[in-house]
Design a protein around this ligand. Structure first.
Ligand code: HEM
Length: 515
């Protein structure tokens, strides 16, 4: 039977089947709309930029200088900016208030990580602390990490960190041009010391270089939206010959070696690794009764701590050296403070920190000027939520934009400039980076105290020992990587010992360092 349907001025003739299909489709759309209105409580999604056909606005997360570009949207859309496309939603949080309200205050909803196809499944990192979903296993990892990274415990590593800082200074006196690999080596040594107690050796160097190669792949893998397979999960079934699958295979092999090699080294050389109360030797020699599956958990926890800890410290110190080459006045002021407070008969030590407010402000300003994780590490909402009159559906990827905090407009202190004084302003001091550069709520960085101490002692030692300035015959390059950990691209500068006396001090301190 045919049906005649008036449609504006004309008429349409439909069969039973066609009419039935239209009615069913309409019911489906109405129900869908009703369901959506019910769960969204009639609230809209947070606003965001208009998208391109098919891909929507989702690709904005992977654009060049994304943290800065996304922070600019704050003026237009406010604290919350929604990017959408290919069936995915990414919510960028552009203020400390919004980040704390959601990630901290509503930690039960926002403490999961996005399901990662590339890094988690294909590269095999899904059981590491950084990738684990919020839950029992993740809790066990954090508990293990806390045994050596708690604020009181990290004091046991002060002497080791001071020794490694002096060793860095000694290597820089001998070979200042190689400051990139030398800084990397120092950051890696501290973590290897804390986790495994591995002293300087060929094995130690091998693990740090392995870490460097892994990070080239892993840094991209952790960022939101860098790989299409994270947005279109069915692509994980693509054949092994496609480029991202080959990259994942390389990453998988590297990650396996990176995680297992130092662990097995310690298992077989436990007596050689006992200089400091480090995590793996302590746990293996006196296993805690309340931790089941200890070896497996240790392996995954230490792998994640090593990967997350070394790269961020390295990035921060490289940014500091660049900042000093660009800001000679700041450098002079910090050096004058060190001379006044400590004198020139010894190098700075961790216990000097309280008495060096300007150096402390330089540390904070380095973290602000070039935050090493400018988009933090993404989260995922584990339930529907409602905030500031907007609907945030379950499984939205949440990106806390640390850059937006670091570069919030400020009439008194230009955010683009390196001005440590902003942290010393008695009237309106800038917010301490410890409240935002290390993440938020339950997933806040477990290495905060260790990392912050490392950055301080490395920076203070470099200030005491060297004058850093731009290269004589070339431009000072100021470019940065675009991965989840942001650090300066290769640049050259001059790193010159401040006096013969300081060379002697450095050599003596480095000679007494066991790490
Ligand atoms: C300057 C130094 C460091 C910075 C700026 C930094 C920053 C961060 C940030 C932004 C996060 C994401 C937290 C979140 O999701 O809210 C994080 C997580 C993490 N960091 Fe750090 N970090 C530093 C040093 C370290 C060190 C030294 C270690 C290890 C010894 C470490 C281990 C980790 C781990 C394992 C996670 C994942 C935590 C989880 O998912 O539960 N970090 N870090």
């Amino acid at each position: 039977m045919m049906h005649i349907i008036p449609f504006f001025a004309s008429t349409i003739v439909l069969s039973d089947l066609q009419l039935g299909s239209i009615i069913l489709l309409s019911i489906f759309l109405i129900l869908k709309r009703y369901r959506h209105t019910k769960v969204s409580r009639g609230l809209p999604y947070p606003p965001g930029p208009p998208g391109k056909p098919f891909v929507g606005s989702i690709s904005e997360i992977a654009q060049y200088e994304a943290p800065r570009a996304l922070a600019r949207y704050r003026e237009q859309y406010g604290d919350l900016v929604m990017l959408q496309g290919l069936g995915n939603k990414i919510l960028v949080l552009n203020s400390l208030q919004a980040i704390n309200d959601l990630l901290d205050q509503r930690g039960s909803i926002y403490s999961c990580r996005p399901n990662s196809v590339f890094g988690g499944e294909l590269m095999g990192m899904k059981d590491g602390t950084l990738y684990l979903q919020h839950g029992e296993e993740w809790h066990a990892h954090r508990k293990l990490a806390h045994t050596v990274l708690g604020p009181a415990y990290v004091k046991q590593f002060f002497e080791m960190q001071e020794g490694i800082a002096a060793t860095l200074a000694k290597s820089l006196i001998e070979n200042p041009v190689e400051f990139f690999p030398l800084v990397r080596m120092s950051a890696g040594r501290i973590i290897l010391g804390v986790l495994y107690g591995i002293p300087p050796s060929a094995a130690q160097t091998e693990y740090i270089l392995l870490g460097e190669r892994l990070m080239e792949v892993a840094a991209k893998a952790t960022a939101a939206g860098k790989y299409l397979c994270d947005l279109l999960p069915f692509l994980k079934y693509a054949p092994a010959c496609v480029p991202f699958q080959r990259e994942a295979q390389i990453g998988r092999d590297l990650f396996f070696d990176f995680m297992t090699k130092p662990f097995h080294y310690v298992k077989h050389n436990i007596t050689a690794c006992s200089t400091y109360p480090s995590l793996v030797p302590t746990m293996l020699s006196s296993p805690p009764e309340d931790v089941s599956d200890l070896e497996k958990r240790l392996l995954w926890t230490t792998g994640a701590l090593f990967a997350a800890g070394a790269e961020t410290t390295y990035a921060t110190v490289l940014s500091f050296i660049l900042a000093m080459a660009l800001n000679p006045e700041v450098q002079k002021k910090a050096q004058a403070e060190i001379e006044k407070v400590i004198g020139s008969r010894r190098l700075p030590a961790m216990h000097d920190r309280q008495g060096l407010p300007y150096v402390e402000a330089v540390v904070k300003e380095t973290m602000r000027w070039q935050p090493s994780a400018p988009l933090s590490v993404p989260r995922r909402s584990d339930a529907h939520d409602y905030y500031q009159g907007y609907f945030i559906p379950k499984d939205t990827v949440i990106v806390p934009n640390i850059w937006a905090i670091a570069y919030a407009p400020n009439a008194k202190y230009n955010p683009e400039a390196f001005i440590p004084e902003r942290f010393l302003d008695p009237e309106q001091p800038a917010v301490d980076p410890k409240l935002w550069a290390f993440g938020f709520g339950r997933r806040k960085c477990p290495g905060l105290y260790l990392g912050d101490n490392s950055v301080f002692i490395l920076i203070a030692t470099l200030l005491a020992a060297f004058d850093i300035s731009p290269p004589k015959d070339s431009e000072l390059v100021q470019e940065f990587t675009q991965h989840i950990v942001r650090f300066p691209k290769p640049y050259s500068c001059r790193i010159v010992p401040r006096s013969n006396a300081v060379v002697n001090l450095v050599e003596a301190r480095a000679a007494s360092s066991v790490m």
